[in-house]
Design a protein around this ligand. Structure first.
Ligand code: NOJ
Length: 723
């Protein structure tokens, strides 16, 4: 229900003013406010007028308290009805304090820290004048060729849903009106953008509605259940219709079925792109389709402002559709308190104090520690002893390019570099000798020889390798996801020395680890760990912290195996030990079916033993759940954190069910010798799924249950669901 204030305003607005509210422009359009005269170019390109700019409802990509205050003042001066501007921006994994990339946060399996990171991001952004963040991105991802997997928390609908909720809580808090240090969240990209064909950016998505509901929708829905204020349409098609003109998705599902009353925004230019997709003849038809689908804000194209007024006058669009959209935008402004306090949290003093504060960076460091995943550690090479002589070699040995994509406000110069942090952590700085070895994508003999000399003099070699941050994120799909050849060459040359070798990876996607995995004695996946990344990685390398991250996305053997994910089907001709020599079996001739490193996988410097899996009963009913327990013991010599994972398989369904589905997990911290009894409740709702008629229910019958340290190595039990 629309508020009184919004309704009253609406009655005073002309049709042109209403339609202008639906326009969102990027910062350069408002540069006239700073009098630097940059306005003409972009305005001409979009074919819009001064009146459109001064009447626009929202802006994207502006920040800085003074900037935003000046912008808002100027905007209000020009606004006949005193309607404030909404300021939106992509605050994806931090504002100036940059946290690990979302895929890394996904590997922390830590909802409290994820929430804390979003809360800090919100605080820094809010005091810098931002009202809405275009986050969380909750697209489920199975294709690491797609550069945007770095923005997602991974391949599992259950885990992604928990993170979606945590991020929304962190951004929005309890009450946006009273909490000025929070920002409204905008969940994206609705829907199923993670399934872009071939992992190619902006590409087609096509899937059954059942699959959409089962895997792709839950995380968006979870964000909305947590109160997320906004939704962004995706660039892709769904069932042949681009999301921004997709009535079935936007009206029928999002608005009608889910009851979403917040603001729906198109992704950048996505309304106009319906022309290139081939479902709209021109801007007018694109505008018509988008408004009919219920898209409230058009980001960065002028289809609405150019055509909606006339479409209404000609009676082809009901003005009620426009009123609906305007009301939702005005209500969001009201909810954020912008009518009373148009500057909201923007505050230069608070900005100077809070942004990139030591307290915020401390949380970034903690989260980076929890997000890194130890993939291999033969012979216990790690942790290092502070007295050891280390050669730290590679393009990330002394690099600030560890923030990852979507860190437009972050400073690479201020990022904690690995080399400096390791020199501080070792017994004496001279124990850690740094050599470049190669660049990200090139190598010279001189660089290699310098690196070899450093390596020969050391007890241990650490190679710091990876992708530059431009190699993932938006518009950065790769068809070959190995490390660039120059770095593989460095690994070859250095491993010839036959010395203990650990590799630390800084990257934005699961990689094909050929040329790295077998060559290294130890392998630490640090992802892009953010502003405090170097310090966090040094904490892990020297054992001040014990790795606890678990993969939230599988690492393929090779690119030819993609998509490879843990919750796959069995097929009618499954591969097994007994069938592996047969031809007519679902398999590859040259690689295994399973990924190199499965979902849920990650090592620790200590070891954990799992006791017997005990079920309280061999059957359950809707009224009587059962419990599954296991005793987990720290059998090593260091305190560590284990992530105990629960998976279920429905042996016979009305439709085929995945081999395993994550249904719960617990993180436990155990001192050496300590044990914990971990108990999960298995109840009937946990066993429901979408049937062929899209009903969501369980079927009686036999289930398997797995508890263990990852999706591959879990102990198995079984039970019956009885009606
Ligand atoms: C395009 C991206 O797909 C989206 O995620 C982002 O929020 C917008 N650009 C605005 O920057």
């Amino acid at each position: 229900m629309a508020s009184r204030l919004a309704k009253e305003l609406l009655t005073k607005m002309t049709l042109e003013e209403k339609v202008s509210q639906l326009l969102q422009l990027a910062a350069p359009f408002y540069d006239e406010i700073k009098d630097d005269g940059e306005i003409t170019g972009p305005m001409e390109e979009l074919g819009i007028t001064d009146a459109h700019v001064s009447g626009s409802g929202s802006v994207l990509g502006v920040s800085g308290a003074e900037n935003v205050i000046a912008l808002q003042n100027k905007h209000l001066e020009n606004s006949r009805l005193g309607i404030p501007l909404l300021v939106m921006a992509d605050i994806v994994h931090g504002f100036k304090t940059i946290f690990p990339i979302p895929l890394a946060i996904g590997c922390s399996w830590d909802m409290e820290l994820a929430e804390a990171s979003a809360e800090i991001a919100a605080k820094e952004a809010a005091v810098s004048g931002v009202h809405v963040t275009f986050a969380p991105m909750v697209d489920l991802v199975r294709d690491p060729r797609w550069g945007r997997v770095m923005e997602s928390t991974g391949e599992d609908p259950y885990l992604n849903s928990l993170f979606a909720r945590a991020f929304v809580r962190g951004f929005q808090g309890q009450d946006l009106a009273s909490e000025k240090h929070r920002v409204a969240a905008c969940v994206k990209h609705f829907a199923a953008y993670g399934l872009a064909e071939g992992g190619r950016e902006y590409n087609t998505v096509d899937l059954s509605e059942r699959q959409l509901r089962e895997y792709y929708l839950p995380a968006y829905k979870a964000a909305l259940d947590e109160g997320c204020e906004m939704v962004m349409t995706s660039f892709n098609t769904v069932e042949g219709i681009p999301a921004s003109g997709n009535k079935k998705l936007m009206r029928d599902l999002l608005r009608e079925e889910w009851g979403f009353e917040g603001v729906l925004i198109s992704d950048w230019a996505a309304i106009k792109e319906m022309i290139a997709h081939g479902v709209a003849e021109g801007e007018e038809e694109a505008a018509l389709k988008a408004i009919e689908a219920g898209v409230d804000i058009e980001m960065m194209t002028p289809c609405y402002v150019h055509h909606l007024p006339q479409l209404v006058q000609e009676g082809r669009v009901d003005e009620a559709l426009i009123d609906e959209a305007v009301l939702r935008i005005l209500e969001l402004k009201e909810k954020l308190g912008l009518f009373e306090e148009p500057h909201r949290g923007a505050d230069p003093e608070a900005e100077a104090q809070l942004v990139f504060s030591a307290a915020h960076r401390e949380v970034a460091r903690e989260l980076a520690v929890k997000s890194s995943v130890l993939l291999k550690n033969e012979g216990g090479l790690l942790p290092l002893d502070p007295g050891q002589k280390v050669a730290l070699i590679g393009p990330f040995a002394a690099s600030g390019d560890i923030l990852g994509w979507w860190s437009w406000q972050g400073s690479k110069e201020k990022a904690a570099q690995l080399g400096t942090a390791m020199q501080q952590a070792s017994a004496q700085a001279s124990n850690v000798v740094i050599a470049q070895g190669c660049q990200i994508e090139s190598i010279s003999e001189a660089e290699v020889q310098e690196a070899e000399a450093a390596a020969k003099a050391a007890d241990v070699i650490i190679l710091a390798l990876g992708e530059s941050s431009e190699m993932s994120g938006e518009g950065a799909s790769r068809s070959d996801i190995r490390l660039p050849e120059a770095q593989l060459e460095l690994v070859r040359r250095i491993s010839l020395l036959g010395k203990p070798l650990a590799i630390v990876l800084f990257n934005g996607r699961p990689l094909d680890l050929h040329g790295v995995y077998d060559e290294a004695d130890a392998l630490l996946e640090a992802w892009y760990p953010g502003s405090e990344g170097g310090a966090a990685v040094a904490d892990l390398l020297y054992g001040k912290a014990n790795p606890s991250g678990r993969l939230s996305m599988s690492f393929p053997h090779t690119v030819g195996q993609i998509p490879v994910y843990y919750n796959h089907f069995n097929t009618g001709r499954p591969l097994s030990e007994a069938s592996s020599e047969e031809r007519y079996i679902s398999k590859y001739l040259d690689i295994p079916n399973e990924p190199l490193l499965p979902f849920g996988y990650g090592l620790s410097y200590t070891s954990f033993a799992y006791g017997e899996l005990v079920l309280s009963s061999d059957s359950l009913t809707a009224e009587n759940p059962l419990t599954a327990s296991v005793k987990v013991t720290n059998t090593g010599s260091l305190t560590g954190e284990e992530t105990v994972q629960l998976y279920v398989r429905d042996i016979t369904g009305e439709v085929v069910r995945p081999m395993k589905e994550l249904k719960g997990f617990r993180k436990v911290r155990l001192t050496p010798g300590e044990s914990a009894e971990i108990t999960f409740e298995i109840n009937e709702p946990l066993l429901r799924y979408y049937h062929s008629d899209l009903s969501y229910k369980s079927d009686p019958g036999r289930f398997e249950l797995f508890i263990g340290p990852n999706s591959r190595d879990a102990a198995k039990g079984s039970f019956q669901l009885v009606r």
